[in-house]
Design a protein around this ligand. Structure first.
Ligand code: ADP
Length: 449
């Protein structure tokens, strides 16, 4: 096992990774920007090193500075968390080629293949996994797109090859919109992902977002830990995630999970990953792979009892997965609420400020993953998530009842939060029935979306 792990991240996920390290007897190294001198993850770590000014591009994304800290601190592994450099195959490759330092993630080659949507779609097709109808080749121009539009029928989506988080995706409802959509998908792809390659997919009107957690070791074992349902989205960004999905029957559940397993096996994948699908009218279609730990891994941990981050570290150190597929059992229900410092009444605009009151709920069935405390200043430099509230129950109804209580007793003052919004959702009949699809929130709550 490793002796010292550098966590190349901040906030709750940095603390989450360090907690797993501690349990395995591993020392932890934090990195921080000038804005994070007093941040929770810095406090938590055994050692901490400044890597630059507040802007992420000059600190948390500074590959050379991070590798340099790893060497200076004598760390023998780097865990990237999510976001920042977590899906950067070039960074993974750089870590792989640094003597004495292991990358806690998939091999950089697998990251490259699966990180780009067109190559990932090709691999999945070869593994016999149904993919969203569309191209595996990039599109050249607007004429190309119009040809595909008449082939698949509108609406279609133009997607940036490197895209994610709903960025770099443009929905096209008819021929007249093609030119503008193509132009802006390219622009976003270039701006956010440094890649202006785009391709075309059929846009499904009312799908469920179902994703499968997988983990693979270096000895050929691939396990899935069941699915998560992330269909509650606002403008294609996840708001609430849960496990298991209320929308799958046993057969479809098994079929999707096995497809995910086949796909990552085909790609020579190791470590933890998530295979995302869209499900509509009883059919499922591969969408993309996230080659990292995800924000919502927590709900899977709650229903399986398996510590995913611990296994990331163990398989990265060369250990074999110690559990068989049939030992993975789903018990009860878990839901994660992203608590963001945003104002739901003002189009979810971030609201930086000081946490004058921060009193999270506790008691049975409540887990909090966070790295903030009362008195902390929530800055505007990074994403606005301040905590993840994860609630478990015997079944979905029980879990949602508990969630109401937990959210009601989550007191935050000084910044606006998404807590009142989550409480509204818990009173919504369609969500409570589990009938919501990915476009539901935008239509029901957000008329101008
Ligand atoms: P991610 O944000 O997980 O990296 P994407 O940006 O590809 O992935 O997709 C984000 C969300 O956009 C999906 O969860 C889904 O709601 C929506 N979406 C993506 N592709 C399609 C499609 N072809 N049809 C309908 N909705 C889609």
């Amino acid at each position: 096992m490793f002796e010292k792990v550098l966590v190349a991240n901040r906030g709750e996920i940095a603390v989450r990774v360090m907690a797993a390290c501690e349990e395995l007897g591993i020392e932890t190294v934090a990195i921080y920007s000038d804005a994070d001198r007093n941040a929770g993850h810095v406090d938590y770590a055994d050692e901490a090193y400044n890597v630059g000014p507040a802007p992420a591009s000059e600190s948390y994304l500074d590959q050379a500075a991070i590798v340099d800290v790893a060497e200076r601190a004598g760390a023998d592994a780097i865990h990237p968390g999510y976001g920042f450099l977590a899906e950067n195959a070039a960074f993974a490759r750089r870590v792989e080629s640094t003597a004495g330092v292991t990358w806690v993630g998939p091999p950089s080659d697998a990251m490259e293949t699966l990180g780009e949507k067109t190559t990932a779609r090709t691999v999945m097709r070869e593994a016999g996994v149904p993919v969203v109808p569309g191209t595996t080749e990039p599109v050249a121009d607007a004429d190309d797109v119009r040809t595909l539009g008449s082939e698949y029928g509108y609406p279609i989506a133009i997607k940036a090859d490197g895209g994610g988080g709903g960025r770099g995706m443009k929905i096209v409802r008819g021929e007249a919109e093609v030119e503008d959509a193509l132009e802006s998908a390219r622009r976003e792809g270039e701006a956010y992902f440094d890649n202006d390659t785009v391709y075309v997919e059929k846009y499904l009107d009312a799908p469920k977002h179902i994703e499968v957690q997988v983990i693979a070791d270096r000895h050929g074992n691939v396990r899935h830990l069941g699915e998560r349902d992330c269909s509650l989205q606002r403008r294609h960004q996840k708001v609430i995630e849960e496990a298991p999905s209320p929308a799958l029957d046993a057969d479809l559940r098994d079929e999707i999970a096995e497809a995910a397993r086949r796909g990552v096996r085909e790609a020579g994948y190791t470590n933890a990953g998530t295979v995302e699908f869209l499900v509509e009218d009883g059919a499922f279609y591969f969408m993309e792979v996230n080659t990292r730990i995800q924000v919502e891994h927590t709900v899977t941990e709650e229903v399986t009892g398996i510590d995913i981050v611990r296994w990331q570290l163990r398989v990265a150190a060369g250990e074999e997965l110690a559990f068989d597929q049939n030992a993975v059992e789903i018990d009860g229900h878990a839901v994660e609420y992203r608590i963001n410092a945003e104002n739901p009444a003002a189009d979810f605009a971030p609201t930086p400020g000081r946490l004058t009151t921060y009193r999270p709920p506790s008691s049975i069935g409540v887990r909090l993953d966070h790295a903030v405390a009362q008195g902390d200043e929530i800055g505007g430099d990074y994403d606005s998530m301040i905590a993840k509230l994860i609630v478990s129950g015997d079944d979905r109804d029980h879990c949602l009842e508990r969630s109401k209580r937990a959210l009601e007793h989550f007191d935050v003052e000084g910044v606006h939060t998404t807590i009142p919004f989550h409480r509204l959702v818990l009173d919504d009949d369609v969500f409570v029935a589990g009938d919501h699809t990915t476009n539901y929130l935008d239509r029901a709550f957000d008329a101008d979306a």
